[in-house]
Ligand binder design. Structure first.
Ligand code: SAH
Ligand code: SF4
Length: 359
């Protein structure tokens, strides 16, 4: 945040915000009304919070803007998926725009029945501006890390997302590696859970799976669902596909996953981006099956979304079917997630790259 910017409402804890409102001549319950309006009613204009005295509204409007960021673009795909590009204050003159994606529930869960739609949309949120992990198939990895998002910047994505339509669940699968900004993420998720009312089971955090960090996190609240990005059963190949994890044995990651399951009772999802003719052969599927056999988990197969200037290609549909078949024969449950966002702006991180290139 630049020195002259006023701290946004979302950056205050409950107690600190109450003190602010009281300092402006309001009562503690006025602070609750404001938080509730913003966090659960998508009401962002202080003037409309008529239960508050006029002078308190005016002071808040002058001193505590609701958001730190600015919506730069909004793009919609044919299936009603909406991508927000949000620009946060620059630090050290580095761009700080991130993507947040709002998906109606039938999109995010193809198995959902029609009636499930009213349970709400899935929101995909970012935790960092860019990402330091450097996976060569990922748009966020191509630009490296600019900075971590503040807790209130992560929360802002939820609050803006809820304004696009009721949220049923969220996936922390946007830009960035959540475990490298976990402190801020956990503050934001605390508010999402406690004040926005999203159950811990409805929050999925996706990570490349740093074993030591996972072991430390397992007992913490909220007890979100965990997804670990694996991408290969072979150490050499994973070292190339997930550069920042080079040398961290796949077996250590799986063991940390087992510990997580034991401590939390929550089953893990392993994510696997299918890169055409790279990691999508039946041999890969067989070896993956051997590694995961006997573990209570699900594999999410994500066919690669083409990223500009990436050497990878989308897998053939027939190969995807063979891959899943081989996993099933090893008694490993697998689902395929064909992303439908492809025709608009494709995978996470790409909207930001386009924006930076158009400057
Ligand atoms: N950094 C975390 C979370 C963000 S990425 C992680 O890597 O898990 C969320 C998921 O999207 C990961 O499984 C990632 O591998 C996948 N992904 C990234 N770029 C992709 C692309 N171009 N096509 C398909 N999936 C992609
Ligand atoms: Fe970072 Fe995840 Fe992209 Fe890898 S896939 S570069 S960890 S955001």
């Amino acid at each position: 945040m630049s020195a002259e910017a006023k701290p946004p409402l979302l950056s205050y804890s409950r107690a600190a915000f109450e003190a602010l409102v009281v300092g402006f001549g309001g009562k503690p319950f006025h602070a609750n009304i404001v938080r509730d309006s913003v966090l659960t009613k998508s009401l962002f204009d202080y003037e409309q919070m008529t239960a508050l005295p006029k002078n308190v509204r005016a002071r808040l409007a002058a001193e505590a803007p609701v958001f730190a960021g600015r919506e730069v673009t909004r793009s919609s795909a044919r299936d009603e998926t909406t991508k927000l590009l949000i620009e946060f204050p620059r630090t050290n003159d580095k761009d700080a725009t991130v993507e947040t994606v709002h998906m109606p529930s039938l999109y995010s869960n193809p198995d959902a029945a029609e009636g499930d739609q009213e349970k709400g949309a899935t929101l995909c949120v970012s935790t960092q501006v860019g990402c330091p992990v450097g996976c060569p198939f990922c748009a966020s990895g191509q630009l490296g890390l600019s900075r971590n998002l503040e807790a209130h910047e992560i929360l802002e994505q939820y609050v803006r997302g809820a304004a696009l339509g009721k949220l049923g669940r969220s996936v922390v699968m946007g830009m960035g590696e959540p475990l490298l900004n976990y402190k801020n993420l956990s503050v934001a998720l605390g508010v999402v859970h406690d004040e926005m009312g999203m159950g811990a089971r409805k929050i999925t955090v996706s990570t490349v799976g740093f074993p030591d960090r996972l072991r430390k996190l397992a007992p913490l609240r909220p007890r979100f669902q965990l997804a670990i990005s694996l991408h290969s059963p072979d150490q050499d190949q994973r070292d190339v596909l997930v550069p920042a994890m080079k040398g961290v044995p796949i077996d250590d990651i799986l063991a940390a996953g087992d510990d997580w399951f034991e401590k939390t009772g929550r089953e893990i999802t392993y994510e696997y981006v299918l890169l055409g003719r790279e990691n999508d052969t039946e041999g890969h599927a067989r070896r993956l099956g051997e590694k995961l056999r006997g573990r209570r988990c699900t594999v999410n197969l994500i066919p690669f979304n083409p990223v500009r200037e990436s050497p990878f290609r989308r897998p053939d549909t027939a190969d995807v079917d063979l891959f899943r078949g081989a996993l099933e024969r090893a008694r490993v449950v697998a689902t395929v997630r064909w992303s439908r966002g492809v025709e608009s702006d494709a995978a996470c991180g790409q909207l930001r790259i386009q924006k930076l290139e158009n400057r």
